[in-house]
Design a protein around this ligand. Structure first.
Ligand code: URA
Length: 428
């Protein structure tokens, strides 16, 4: 087979055969096919799309570039995947919460991408926390605690690691076939029984519109079901940040507050909704309301917190070693009115500008910086009321963030309805 011929087929909208897809992914993984040919193929896929069969073949070829996690024990294995959103910290709460329900949660997570923070970066705001566990460490911890949150091992879908880096710098990330294969190859390689997807839309997410989120959800669910993983999905609103905190150390603190039965209601509600889908999929509960109430009690009683503390300890951290938060400066309402819109892209850029996210691959994160939101869409403001605090020790960076924040908040005279947080996604 000739790589340029495969690229030309996709360029000219001819479907790729299973063998052609396998040839390109195998060749790219082992270095026989160079970055420039893989970028050309990725762009042709971005522009011309793929059929369901091609997406499944792409996912399978990516899984075959490495090895799956071996399933040990007889407990159902579950996970959640979020497509990423500003202030989304549900993973930190959901993994220990589900472990308390006698499920195994091998959560393989990623780093921040664009404006959305990454679970690994957040957890590294806990001094000493290890996110590079080996496969045998993952198995040991699942066996003893039922949950682990760590980065992908070397052998888990290496093709995605390479291809993702390439897509990031060739403007080929927002492609439904490429995103589907990237996400589902990693989740299927965890050898899951059930998966819940949190597919997000809005200015604080990767996909701007609800229609695109639905299209992605349908594609992800189809691949999950074909692979024999019980897959459910929620479509969730990110037209404003989730919870009150955006940043690394401050999001760990907010997660701990939820695990102790407090914290903002939207984070608690979404975490419970996602986890409840997995209790139903694995038949731990038969009714959604019973699942919700069981999960709420596990948060309120401190059981989930205890499991989180043990997980952090097992991964060489301590919940008493969350790194400090930067100095606070309030951003005040210039006039009275109602919060009409909160631009997540600009808020995310403010956090990145302060060093809380990356501008270039591999950049060190400043865990101390962040935003503390005091208001949500629809909030009625008086003049000079604090809308949010910028948390940063560096005055210059803080001022840059302040300018971005000013552009991010729109105040109107008209009362605004609060957007609803989530809805079930059912395939047609
Ligand atoms: N998350 C992933 O893991 N892959 C993508 O392509 C997009 C989001």
């Amino acid at each position: 087979m000739i790589p340029a011929v495969v690229i030309a087929n996709k360029r000219d909208r001819r479907p790729l055969s299973s063998d052609e897809i396998k040839f390109m992914i195998d060749g790219y993984s082992c270095g026989r096919i160079p970055d420039y040919q893989m970028s050309a193929l990725a762009m042709a896929i971005y522009l011309n799309g793929m059929s369901d069969r091609e997406i499944s073949d792409l996912t399978d070829s990516m899984i075959a570039s490495g090895s799956k996690l071996v399933k040990v024990g007889d407990k159902p294995r579950v996970d959640k995947h979020s497509t990423g959103g500003l202030g989304d910290k549900t993973s930190l709460i959901l993994a220990p919460l589900l472990a308390c329900c006698d499920l195994h949660v091998p959560m393989i997570s990623g780093r921040g991408l664009g404006i959305t923070g990454g679970t690994l970066d957040k957890l590294e705001a806990i001094e000493g926390f290890r996110t590079n566990l080996t496969e045998s460490e993952i198995h040991r911890q699942l066996d003893s605690l039922g949950c682990v949150i760590t980065g992908a091992t070397e052998s888990l879908v290496p093709a995605d690691k390479k291809l993702y880096g390439l897509r990031d710098v060739t403007a080929t990330v927002p492609s439904i076939p490429l995103i589907t294969a990237s996400i589902m190859s990693k989740k299927i390689a965890e050898s899951l029984d059930a998966l819940v997807l949190d597919v997000k839309f809005g200015s604080g997410a990767f996909l701007a519109t609800e229609e695109l989120a639905e299209e992605l959800a349908a594609s992800l669910m189809r691949v999950g079901k074909d692979a024999g993983v019980l897959t459910t999905a929620l479509i969730t609103d990110m037209t404003q940040p989730l919870g009150g905190m955006v940043g690394n150390a401050c999001e760990v603190n907010e997660s701990i507050a939820i695990l102790q039965g407090g914290g903002p209601s939207d984070v608690r509600e979404l975490t419970i909704e996602l986890a409840a889908r997995l209790l139903l999929s694995t038949k731990r509960e038969a009714q959604l309301d019973d699942a919700r109430s069981r999960l709420g009690k596990l948060l309120d009683s401190g059981s989930a917190m205890d499991r989180f503390e043990r997980m952090v300890h097992a991964q060489s951290g301590s919940i008493r070693a969350v790194r400090p938060i930067g100095q606070s400066r309030p951003f005040l309402a210039k006039y009275a009115g109602y919060i009409q819109a909160i631009d997540g892209q600009l808020l995310g850029q403010a956090v990145i500008a302060m060093g809380g996210g990356r501008m270039v691959t591999g950049q060190a994160i400043d865990f101390s910086v962040g935003l503390k939101m005091h208001c949500k869409i629809g909030h009625c403001l008086t003049e000079e009321q604090p809308i949010l605090d910028i948390q940063c020790d560096d005055e210059n960076k803080s001022q840059i963030a302040m300018q971005l924040v000013e552009r991010a908040i729109t105040i109107s005279d008209e009362p605004q309805k609060r957007p609803s947080l989530w809805r079930n996604f059912v395939t047609k």
